[in-house]
Design a protein around this ligand. Structure first.
Ligand code: NAP
Length: 225
């Protein structure tokens, strides 16, 4: 019997796992999360949470659970786990499939400034801007140096430690479910610039459409190679 390890943490990973469960074939599915956010999807399969302990830990997990295939459906910016999964699959000679979301393509009306890092993004913000920061909590510290700016920060869960921004508002939760809500958010907070990554996918794209509608520039942090 095949045992498939799905490396998740994205909406696409949940959809793929549901498809696999629905296939009704004789396979065992393990859905894996890093445990960065609270809550977990409702899936009719085993769900495990937490790191494996690097490549060696993953190799051990593969052996102990007779994993025959890895489906890497992690976020495009989650580099480490993908590297580890490729290396462990090679070592154990099992199948490795990557489900990588397509990048968003710039459309007419988009005003994007492409940068290659959060540091470059922080340096690129025009002086005294009101900024919408749509990045996970582990990526925002670098923006605290921009004490001239006001930040509206959206993240999935409350941060464990108090944020060190001079002037900011914290919004916890996932992206809005409609473009209108994203437009309202940007308008009400008088946002002048958005900072985000080219994550791809539908959920986070609504803010890009909202930015286009309102002619708000976007500092887009490019995907890593
Ligand atoms: P990362 O930098 O590539 O991984 C760091 C470490 O976290 C890995 O070495 C691994 O620990 C553990 N890990 C990551 N994904 C895991 C998974 N699915 N199952 C078990 N352990 C996992 O990843 P990240 O950027 O911190 O992202 C963590 C998770 O959040 C991923 O599952 C990703 O899909 C999801 N996510 C990330 C982003 C993002 O912006 N990066 C956005 C949305 C969702 P060990 O070395 O101990 O095995």
């Amino acid at each position: 019997m095949e045992t498939i390890l799905v490396l998740g943490g994205t909406a696409e990973a949940v959809t793929k796992t549901q498809e696999l469960i629905g296939e009704n074939t004789n396979h065992n599915i393990i859905y894996s999360l890093a445990g960065r956010t609270t809550g977990q999807p409702k899936l009719n399969c085993e769900i495990r949470i937490g790191g494996f302990g690097g490549i060696d830990g993953l190799i051990k997990f593969i052996a102990e659970n007779n994993v025959t295939k890895i489906i890497d459906a992690t976020h495009p910016y989650a580099l480490q786990i993908s590297k580890n999964a490729r290396a462990a699959s090679n070592k154990k000679n099992i199948t490795y499939n990557s489900l990588l979301r397509a990048e968003w393509e710039k459309q007419d009306g988009d005003n994007w400034v492409n940068v290659s890092s959060t540091l470059e993004a922080a340096k690129t913000i025009p002086n005294m801007s009101r900024v919408f920061l749509a990045l996970g909590k582990q990526y925002i510290d670098v923006f605290q140096t921009r004490t001239d700016c006001y930040f509206v920060i959206r993240m999935v869960d409350n941060p464990e430690v108090e944020l060190g921004f001079k002037s900011h508002k914290l919004l916890t939760g996932r992206p809005s479910t409609s473009i209108e809500e994203e437009i309202t958010l940007l308008r009400e907070n008088e946002i002048q610039i958005i900072i985000c990554r080219n994550s791809g996918g539908e959920q986070s794209y609504r803010k890009i459409i909202a930015a286009r509608e309102l002619s708000i520039p976007v500092i887009m942090i490019n995907r890593p190679d």
